[in-house]
Design a protein around this ligand. Structure first.
Ligand SMILES: [Zn+2]
Length: 233
């Protein structure tokens, strides 16, 4: 299978679905990770231009740990909107990655960029199949299933499916650790220890399904996107 994860900022996928992506990769599936926002605002001292480059490298290193392709779109943080231009960028990412399944944010997540990325990913799955929308790549031939990943710290999100990530938990942790600039920023700006919080959430979801560590998901139950078999690993 080809798997495409679309997150808002560099580090969101590591927090919310990297265990599942690592598991897909371990099983021999092709994983592509796309970030819509540039990550240009997440620091007290480092300016946006320099920060974008730092965060791109961090995200690339993280993706390389599971041999995933990484596609950044560089929309400024806090300015991710569901507009035509951004939609066509996401359409082109889907056409490039040709996914059998897409994982993205829950529309109930806490941050407007996350909500917009979720809406863009969902809508673009259909638009990517329409030949009269012209982008750099050829149309995709299926409308893939879309799974929403957990919200940050699990608020307003009831998983319908779980993935046991116990055997790839260290990979997930190592992927998140690559986002060094953000671990510092989140501690200073939000009093949030991202590594500890990630482990707490993975343990809590694991507790719910009888394993040590898990990630939770909900499938979007819409026409053209349902499959008879289990899609998550
Ligand atoms: Zn984010």
């Amino acid at each position: 299978m080809r798997v495409l994860a679309i997150g808002a900022h560099p580090d969101d996928m590591e927090l919310l679905c990297a265990g599942t992506l690592a598991k897909y990769a371990k099983l021999g599936h092709k994983v592509t990770m796309c970030t819509v926002a540039a990550g240009d605002k997440g620091h007290f001292h480092i300016g946006p231009t320099e920060l974008v480059e730092i965060r791109r490298k961090e995200a690339e290193k993280s993706a390389s740990l599971i041999n995933a392709d990484y596609i950044p779109l560089f929309i400024p943080d806090g300015e991710v909107y569901v507009d035509h231009e951004t939609m066509m960028m996401v359409v082109d990412v889907i056409r490039q990655a040709k996914p059998d399944v897409i994982i993205t944010h829950s529309p109930t997540d806490y941050m407007p960029d996350h909500v917009a990325a979720s809406k863009l990913a969902y809508a673009a799955t259909f638009h990517a199949t329409l030949p009269h929308f012209k982008t750099a790549h050829e149309t995709h031939d299926v409308v893939p299933p879309v799974y929403y990943m957990d919200t940050l710290v699990g608020l307003d999100f009831q998983p319908a499916e779980y993935v046991d990530i116990t055997d790839v938990f260290e990979t997930k942790r190592n992927m998140l650790k690559r986002h060094d600039s953000q671990l510092t920023w989140l501690r200073e700006h939000d009093n949030y220890d991202a590594l500890d919080a990630m482990e707490t959430c993975a343990k809590f979801r694991g507790l719910q399904c009888g394993v040590k560590y898990a990630e939770g998901f909900r499938q979007t139950e819409r026409w053209l996107r349902m499959r008879p078999e289990r899609i998550l690993p």
